[in-house]
Design a protein around this ligand. Structure first.
Ligand code: IPM
Ligand code: MG
Length: 364
């Protein structure tokens, strides 16, 4: 069935435009091969929006995203905007975008590509037990969206950021955790800090209430500090991890490194509609910007997730993921995943990596 869809594209800052360029080529290759039409609408968010509009996410740009069938994002931020106050920074644009789209569920897979097993910093025996889990991160609540204040009290500066969750916010993300585990190996680990935080005690209670509705899923609890340790000790124990916003931010960076490179990891963010936000989990890497060294695979795999979860295009998404695997088989590596000692590997730039993936998609 032919599909005609509009995708809002946020190229962003730093390496954002370069990696997005390659992801759009991969999307075009999927469209050509399966007879779809994708229209791209550029939207500004982040540092480039600050430069152009004086605001990291003007309403008109958010409206372009809300008016599209889905949203693909590169990366935002950079040293140029670091001195700005918190609510004027590029990152604030990203938070407002996530909230504006209502995408409360951020899904970050961590799985080892067999071709890159040697790139993991973990001991081979740990890698060999298997790394294939997924972090479901609550994305539009918690301390990221609490009140932020800085004041001077008794001649001292004081800053405060409030973490708060309602049971409804916890329940809806908890459900995503259970549903996701149900489609995988049936194991859900709820990660919190219930020995210290009220938010975490409420989190844990709500997760256990939900468990009654999912008797086929095995629920376990883990404190976040322990989880940080268990992830490097034995990541094979995890199937689906569900956690709040800040913990998920931190653990997902740790998890990405287990698999070799943060440059390989895509993410999807969804709410109650099929319109999602898809972005690699890495940042804008300003030091690499314009040098053609970035790894476009995290963004290309994010585009594959967009096809799969927003448009239901399974064969197309499979083809894109297969093409990535095939170029890795061929030994093509961007700098972040290049290992001189690995036989048969060749270091390539962002454009060449993208072109090779497109060629694989055309070849079928
Ligand atoms: C991420 C990033 C963002 C976050 C930043 C850029 C605001 O680290 O997507 O993980 O903390 O959510
Ligand atoms: Mg992060």
């Amino acid at each position: 069935m032919t599909m005609e869809k509009t995708i809002a594209v946020i190229r962003g800052d730093g390496i954002g435009p370069e990696i997005i360029e390659q992801a759009l080529r991969a999307l075009d290759a999927a469209a050509a091969r399966y007879g779809h039409r994708f229209h791209y609408v550029d939207a500004d968010m982040g540092g480039c929006a600050i430069d152009r509009w004086g605001d990291p996410l003007p309403q008109a740009e958010l409206d372009k995203c809300l008016g599209s069938d889905s949203v693909l994002l590169g990366a935002v931020g950079g040293p140029k905007w670091n001195g700005l106050p918190g609510d004027k920074r590029p990152e604030k644009g990203l938070l407002r975008l996530r909230a504006g789209l209502g995408v409360y569920s951020n899904n970050r897979p961590a799985r080892i590509w067999p071709q890159l097993a040697a790139a993991s910093p973990l001991k081979q025996e740990i890698v060999d037990r298997g790394i294939d889990f997924l972090i479901v991160r609550e994305l539009i609540g918690g301390v990221y969206f609490g009140t932020h204040t800085t004041a001077v009290e008794n001649g001292q500066r004081r800053a405060a950021d409030i973490m708060s969750y309602t049971e409804q916010e916890i329940r809806r993300i908890g459900r995503i955790g259970f549903e996701t585990a149900r489609k995988r190996r049936g194991k859900l680990c709820s990660v919190e800090k219930s020995n210290v935080l009220d938010c975490s005690r409420l989190w844990k209670a709500v997760l256990h209430e939900l468990a009654a509705e999912y008797p086929d899923v095995e629920l376990s609890d883990m404190l976040v500090d322990n989880c940080a340790m268990q992830l490097v000790r034995d990541p094979s124990q995890f199937d689906v991890i569900v956690t709040e916003n800040l913990f998920g931010d931190i653990l997902s960076d740790e998890a990405s490194m287990l698999t070799g490179s943060i440059g390989m990891i895509p993410s999807s963010s969804l709410g109650d509609t099929s319109r999602g936000l898809y972005e690699p989990i890495h940042g804008s890497a300003p030091d690499l910007a314009g040098t053609d060294q970035a790894n476009p695979i995290g963004t290309i795999l994010s585009a594959a997730m967009l096809l799969r979860y927003s448009f239901g295009l399974t064969a197309e998404a499979d083809a894109m993921e297969r093409a990535v695997s095939q170029v890795l088989d061929q030994g093509l590596r961007t700098g972040d995943i290049y290992d001189e000692a690995a036989p048969g590997c060749r270091k390539v730039g962002c454009r060449e990596m993208g072109a090779a993936i497109v060629r694989q998609m055309q070849a079928g």
